[in-house]
Design a protein around this ligand. Structure first.
Ligand code: ATP
Length: 284
């Protein structure tokens, strides 16, 4: 998807919060947005997610299946956690039973299953945030927009969300995130944009570490995956009996070594995101 000449201000005479934003958000990419307090990060994320419209410019090519975790979750709705998630699952195109099953699975995965029948208004802040995250992951979105989605989660559910992000990207989704913790998914973002003075500029915000590219490896043949895969490795089933693994480029040697040591056969290795362009890959 793409933002072209996008601007947003609140009210016809309000100051421009964002102006002249041109942004490409291709498939299979993890994109980090940085910027100071009040710089307009949440405004940008709302425009990308489509929950807000630009005052000028255009947003094109947004995937139909889009999910968004807002900075503040509207927790006062008159539903239990499970009913709310089931309802949202249906809105996102899941059929009745599947919506409820998926809702239950995500509550379980995030360690909130015992709150399934608790009204949203009675949930603790942490559990409420788990519901906010679950609603975004229910229907396997092709665009996932996360505004400080890790805030308030416990360590285990932060790891679940990290894993879900890698899995979505490995399956072709675009994931755009803001997080105050600079080490969040460190070295894993394919692109970083800084919001400063109403503009969105490519590259890390001053002082932050440059993000690294990812490498995609298609492998098969091993019985089980080695237990000690390098940090940041995402694993999804590939075509036939193959497995697709993506890893930060600086850890690809370690991953290859681990796979080969476990008798895996490497079919293909390429920069992540270039998988539709085989000639860019290296056949092994
Ligand atoms: N609904 C709104 N109505 C009026 N002004 C708004 C609205 N939402 C945001 N703003 C203003 O737009 C500017 C950017 O806000 P935004 O929340 O996008 O920034 P941010 O970078 O996400 O901030 P933070 O880091 O504090 O979350 C701020 O000056 C804010 O006051």
């Amino acid at each position: 998807m793409r933002l072209t000449g996008v601007g947003r201000r609140y009210g016809p005479r309000g100051p421009w919060v964002l102006r002249g934003v041109d942004l490409d958000l291709p498939a299979s990419r993890l994109v980090r947005v940085t910027g100071g307090n009040g710089s307009g990060k949440s405004t940008l994320l709302r425009l990308i997610a489509g929950v807000d419209a630009p005052a000028e410019g255009r947003v094109t090519g947004r995937p139909a299946r889009t999910a968004y975790v807002p900075e503040r979750f509207p927790a006062a709705l008159p539903f239990t956690a499970l009913d709310y998630l089931t309802h949202l699952g249906r809105l996102q195109g899941l059929r009745g039973a599947a919506a409820r099953d998926r809702a239950g699975e995500w509550l379980e995965r995030l360690g909130a299953a015992r709150h399934a029948r608790t009204p949203l208004a009675e949930l603790s802040k942490g559990t409420s945030q788990k519901v906010a995250v679950a609603q975004a992951l229910l229907a396997a979105p092709d665009l996932l927009v996360l505004d400080e989605a890790w805030t308030g989660l416990d360590t285990a559910s932060r790891a679940v969300l990290d894993h879900a992000v890698r899995e979505r990207v490995a399956r072709g989704a675009t994931v755009v995130f803001v997080d105050h913790e600079p080490r969040r998914l460190e070295g894993e973002a394919d692109a970083e944009y800084a919001v400063t003075q109403g503009r969105v500029r490519p590259g890390p915000a001053p002082g932050s570490r440059r993000s690294a590219a990812r490498v995609r490896i298609v492998a098969s043949g091993g019985r089980t995956l080695p237990a000690d895969l390098p940090g940041g490795t995402a694993v999804v089933p590939g075509p036939g009996d193959a497995t697709v693994l993506t890893v930060p480029a600086d850890r690809s040697d370690a991953l290859l070594g681990a796979l080969l040591a476990a008798s895996w056969h490497i079919h293909h290795l390429a920069p992540a995101g270039a998988e539709r362009n085989d000639e860019e890959g290296v056949r092994v």
